[in-house]
Design a protein around this ligand. Structure first.
Ligand SMILES: [Mg+2]
Ligand SMILES: [Zn+2]
Length: 204
């Protein structure tokens, strides 16, 4: 691969980093899963770009404003830093939801190109952070739409069993249109597999 291409892990937020609790109205209700901050720190230290990519339909549904989404994301960043000195290199969120899907608040009630599984957030990250080695990069999340997001972007994917993942795997929530590259119990297990896999690639 060209030297300038970086490896990246695109991380979902709810059910992946923080405990899935539905729409979070109170900042204090953000709670990272055990070991998540340490796992992100491992990715930082291994040289992976760590990029948050999250669908947040609260503003389009009228549950809260866009500033609240940003405050929630900042709270996640602060907890990652406090618990392990871990860092996200960039944060992207889609606040949109088309009218047919229940979006009611302007200007968020539009069909956009950034709502996962569309690849707008990954494309924007690649423009802003430089070329990404997609073949060795990953999308990690707890929904079928996260797996599809990785597939659409030409990346590997991990379906976690935290959040909605167990129900996705059981066929009770969403439909997996393609199998994930890996299934992992929680984010720290996914990170271990990603890092161990990349070591193997180096050694052969
Ligand atoms: Mg999720
Ligand atoms: Zn969007």
């Amino acid at each position: 691969m060209p030297q300038s291409e970086k490896k990246a892990v695109f991380l979902d937020r709810d059910g992946t980093l923080n405990v899935e609790k539905g729409y979070i109205g109170n900042l204090d209700d953000i709670e990272l899963y055990e070991g998540v901050a340490q796992a992100i720190r491992r990715l930082n230290d291994a040289g992976y770009l760590c990029i948050l990519t999250t669908n947040q339909t609260g503003p389009a549904r009228g549950y809260y404003d866009e500033g609240h989404v940003q405050a929630l994301n900042q709270r996640v960043c602060r907890l990652l830093d406090e618990q392990a000195g871990a860092r996200l290199d960039a944060v992207y969120y889609c606040p949109h939801l088309g009218p047919a899907a229940g979006g009611v608040v302007e200007p968020y009630n539009v069909d956009c190109t950034c709502r996962k599984p569309a690849t707008g957030m990954i494309d924007e990250a690649c423009r802003q952070l430089g070329p990404v080695d997609r073949r060795h990069s990953w999308v990690v999340g707890d929904k079928a739409t996260d797996v599809e997001f990785g597939h659409n972007a030409g990346m590997n994917s991990v379906l976690l069993l935290s959040g909605y993942g167990l129900r996705v795997l059981a066929g009770e929530y969403q439909v997996l249109k393609q199998p994930p590259t890996l299934v992992a119990r929680r984010l720290p297990d996914a990170v271990a597999s990603i890092i161990e896999g990349s070591k193997k690639q180096v050694s052969v």
